[in-house]
Design a protein around this ligand. Structure first.
Ligand code: SF4
Length: 189
């Protein structure tokens, strides 16, 4: 079972193309200024089986891959490895965020998970190096690694990316790093 904070079945800002995005629950790294402190606790949020997620991924149309972020995916590497092996067998790509540096990841399941990822963004969020105009990263120390041939020719296009979703009840969800100007433009007097 995976401890999941949230799932977005299609998003375009967390990697190339349309992606099925999974925010895992639980992170011990404690980066100052983290935007996702509500994902730090390892207490159970939504316990979802790998098989359930695989079925949901398979039934989601027009995605080219999945993205894992959080929270810290490497804290649940064993179950995510099982998920990713099947996702790869479906022909989908894997985009993996981790707050760890690669040389900190020494367990077998962590290394295997890294090997499966087509793109890895790694490193702690550093508030001193915060930059909201970097594609896929929140601070300039974080590295983007094109780990397989699949996206070897991808050109990073640094800019401020965010996504706004309005559900049928009018609830607005904003993903990414919206600046004050955008947030203000969305607030009605
Ligand atoms: S690794 Fe990510 S989720 Fe964890 S504290 Fe740092 S920024 Fe937050």
């Amino acid at each position: 079972m995976l401890n999941i904070h949230d799932v977005e079945r299609t998003s375009t800002i967390y990697g190339p193309g349309n992606r099925y995005v999974i925010w895992v629950q639980g992170c011990t790294l404690g980066c100052v200024g983290c935007w996702n402190t509500n994902m730090w606790s390892a207490e159970e949020k939504s316990m979802i089986s790998v098989d359930f997620l695989l079925n949901d991924i398979q039934s989601t149309a027009d995605i080219e891959g999945i993205t894992l972020l959080g929270g810290e995916p490497m804290h649940q590497a064993m179950d995510l490895l099982r998920l990713c092996k099947t996702v790869k067998a479906m022909g989908l790509s894997i985009f993996l965020y981790t707050g760890f540096e690669l040389d900190e990841l020494k367990k077998q399941e962590e290394k295997e998970l890294l090997d499966l990822a087509d793109i890895i963004v790694c490193g702690r969020y550093d508030i001193q190096l915060r930059n909201t105009h970097l594609q896929w990263r929140g601070s300039s120390n974080q590295k983007v690694i094109f780990n397989t041939d699949r996206y070897a020719h991808y050109q990073l296009d640094d800019a401020n990316y965010c996504e706004v979703e309005i559900d049928e009840d009018g609830v607005i969800t904003i993903s990414g790093y919206p600046d004050k100007e955008l947030l203000n433009s969305m607030v009605k007097d």
